[in-house]
Design a protein around this ligand. Sequence first.
Ligand code: GTQ
Length: 352
Amino acid sequence: MDQMRQPVSTTTPEFAGYYGRLTRSNMAPLWEVLKNLVTAEPVSPARPAHWPYEEVRPLLFEAGKLISAEQAERRVLVLENPGLRNQSSITHSLYAGIQLVLPGEVAPQHRHSQAALRFILEGRGATTTVEGERLEMCPGDLILTPSWQWHDHQNETKEPIVWLDGLDIALVALLDAGFAQHANQKEQEVTRPKGTSRALYGANMIPVDDSPASLNSPLMRYPYEEARAALERLKQGTDWDSCHGIRMRYAHPRTGDWVMPTMGPAIQLVPGRFTTGAYRATDGAIFAVAEGHGSAKIGNENFDLSPHDVFVCPAWTWRSFTAAEDLVLFTFSDRPVQEKLGLWREERSADH
Ligand code: GTQ
């Protein structure tokens, strides 16, 4: 079709005058922008990027000396994608940050339309209170704070706790649908005994007269030891996926769907000495190294991976992993949204 079109010079005074009149009437010519609006394949402004934990950690603990969790409300270093400066985004749709709560500190309660998930990097036994239930945080655990649920964090242990935060901030901003609220009390009242949500939904049972399923999983904590044991068993007993190794997504116990409507967390194990085939998908994905060493090839970049490193694979960018030893990667993306909208696609390299 392209070759049949006659090119038109739009740099003439006639066009310039016309474009000026369009601008004054709040209009613009589509033909000047169409090819950038509707591209043959995804073109993401996000870039592959890597945050080695040995670089992040000292800077985070410096913040620990400069400002308290309460003063900051949340003492977090935002992981800014170098292609999306000053937008507090790690992918075009999602936010990620590294949060520190020191012994004795409380990050005060608030709630917001933006959903949050947390993947614990170091520290054991500090808590997040979500809608009246205290959830213990241990390394490798996934903790959910769904949209509009009250949450505060407290560290009553003797060691600092550090975790990766994921929020759907840019996505909610795109929709102009964000609300936030603070409370008078720093910490919310605990109204449900520890382990209640787990007893109700985490034992392969649900209450017989349960209320209709919400889009958000009623399980707010997915312990690492369970996820890790499943990966280990599957490593021994099943075929490995050529592009992922063993990859599992966290599931909503009522619906089997993703645990939240806007962000989909998953965990994968790349067995030691295995190199995965090249893979890409339309969801830009954030990864955190839970365990092990290896390397990631993301687009044209190579990243050496150590525990607690975070890296990002932008939308429709090829990725592959090599594990020096069993490599466990936590990951999340906006895939649930893309699936619901019928937009999600993946591709596996023909070489594999
Ligand atoms: O812990 O509630 O990284 O509200 C950014 C915004 C964490 C939180 C972030 C937040 C939080």
